[in-house]
Design a binder for this molecule. Sequence first.
Ligand code: SF4
Length: 210
Amino acid sequence: MKSSSQRSLKIIQRLQKAYPNAGPMLKFSSRFELLVAVVLSAQSTDEQVNRVTSVLFREANRPEDFAAMELSELEERIKGVGLYKNKARSIKNLSVQLMEQYGGEVPGDYEALLQLPGVGTKSANVIMAVGFGKPGLGVDTHVHRVTNRLGLVQEKTPEKTEKALKELLPQKLWSISHHLFIFHGRQVCKARKPACEQCCVEDLCAKNIL
Ligand code: SF4
């Protein structure tokens, strides 16, 4: 068997060919909009989030807007996504925090992002990579499932998968790998029934080589 590192590079090359347009699906036009969209996306689809933000951002898209908004109004505006009450509270509180601590700017620092309400490790990685072009490898349910099925990592939780993938992959591939594994997980290596017969990396998958 090839080493995991060689195999991972080959897999990423193939996925790049299969998904040349892999990239963020959330719509945003500033780092703050990205931050809000990422917070809204927990346990919701990107389509649901884009539907909500396409209306929301026309009215409010700066920390000062959300800091000043009544919680009940914000809840009403983001009702189209799951867990909207918790998310409304997070968006309002993180807006206040950005105003008080960062002059209304989103900090480009991983540890600082993790201190914001509603921002966990996956979200902080996505904001670092997509918003700042810095190394970040967010592990959501797709990335966790696909990389474990491929046998690139053997981990029980997304947090452990993130750590193992970051050790396995060169930093310059972190961001694109995140998008490629998500695209592959959505389109082929689906949760319930992976379409292995259509998979461009089937010959490199753990089920065939380990
Ligand atoms: S061969 Fe099947 S299990 Fe392996 S990555 Fe492809 S779709 Fe997923």
